[in-house]
Design a protein around this ligand. Structure first.
Ligand code: XMP
Length: 308
């Protein structure tokens, strides 16, 4: 196990030597890995680091405000509102792989524009050990990244030898807020992989509201640390329901709540039934477009954690 304060001291020294006060950029997602890297690199090179937070319009409720509030005063922080660019590019697309590809491409376009603005030479990435160990089996020296516009950025990965629990310890030592340090993983393509089928602002908002209820109930009941991820999926299935004395026809939402160590495998643990029932009741009463909530009980494998 690492000693957090020693790791931080050494890491700052190494980053200083490697980057040498050149302009450097990081894509800050608000997840623990990129947050820890941002704060470490900021300590090493100050405002030569620009942390870019790209809002693709696929984030969860309250996330933009939380990330901005946490980092605006700690970092040389740039918020990029790219919601329209992403949603326009995704218009009419149903296939999950195609959604992922489009999001990846638009992300690079947006990020490259920001890197060009500051003439960045280095790119900081929050890669951690499980991201490369299984595929490579050995430590690879730092590589460079050529963006499609031809710009070549040298990649710096300050936490590439650490595991998630170690990154969390460093985050605590760096005084990052608990909610951020213990935040559940959230996929890069965001709610685009949790709204099944074609996206719309309306569907994203339904998913966002249902997801906020899942998070609130799980945390309120102290179940957050038992679960790897817990979220709501908005399906494209419509189901008949009753509201008052009226027939209703609304969406089916699926609750996905899994335990895992590294997301390679995952299982659905037995959760208190009263918590599941209250999540379901709250979603159908507070999110008027939803008539039915079901619970996913499939482990990984054979299922994946995300629905798309
Ligand atoms: P699956 O659905 O493959 O997910 O069981 C395993 C873990 O990876 C996350 N995930 C992603 N993360 N970009 C990401 O950054 C993606 O496209 C992506 N797809 C899945 C997922 O949330 C889970 O923790």
């Amino acid at each position: 196990m690492i000693n957090p304060s020693e790791f931080i001291k050494e890491s700052i020294e190494n980053i200083k030597n490697e980057i040498n006060n050149e302009k450097t950029i990081i894509a800050l997602s608000g997840g623990v890995d990129s947050s820890v890297c941002s704060v470490l690199v900021k300590k090493a090179i100050g405002d030569n680091l620009v942390a870019v937070f790209v809002d693709h319009g696929l984030l969860r409720e309250g996330e933009v405000e939380e990330v901005c509030k946490t980092f605006e005063n700690r970092l040389n922080f740039v918020y990029v509102d790219a919601k329209d660019e992403f949603l326009n590019a995704l218009y009419g697309v149903e296939d999950p792989e195609e959604k992922r590809k489009i999001i990846g491409k638009v992300f690079i376009d947006v990020f490259e524009r920001e890197a060009e603005k500051i003439k960045a030479k280095f790119l900081v990435q929050g890669t951690i050990a499980p991201d490369w160990i299984e595929s490579e089996g050995k430590i690879k020296s730092h590589h460079n990244l050529a963006l499609p516009g031809g710009m070549v950025l040298k990649v710096v990965e300050p936490v590439r030898d650490l595991y998630k629990d170690e990154v969390r310890e460093i985050g605590l030592e760096l005084d990052l807020p608990d909610e951020l340090v213990f935040r559940q993983p959230f996929p890069g393509p965001g709610l685009a992989v949790r709204v099944v089928g074609e996206l719309s602002e309306e569907k994203l908002e339904i998913c966002r509201k249902a997801d906020a209820i899942v998070r609130e109930e799980i945390l309120k009941n102290g179940l957050g640390k038992e679960l790897w991820q817990y979220f709501a999926v908005l399906t494209d299935t419509k189901v008949t329901g009753v509201k008052g004395d009226q027939r209703d026809f609304g969406y089916l939402v699926v609750l996905r709540m899994v335990a895992s160590v590294d997301a390679m495998t995952a299982y659905v643990p037995e959760l208190p039934w009263d918590v599941i029932r209250s999540i379901s009741k709250r979603i159908t009463s507070e999110v008027s477009e939803v008539t039915h909530v079901s619970l996913s009980i499939s482990d990984k494998p054979p299922s994946t954690i995300e629905f798309a």
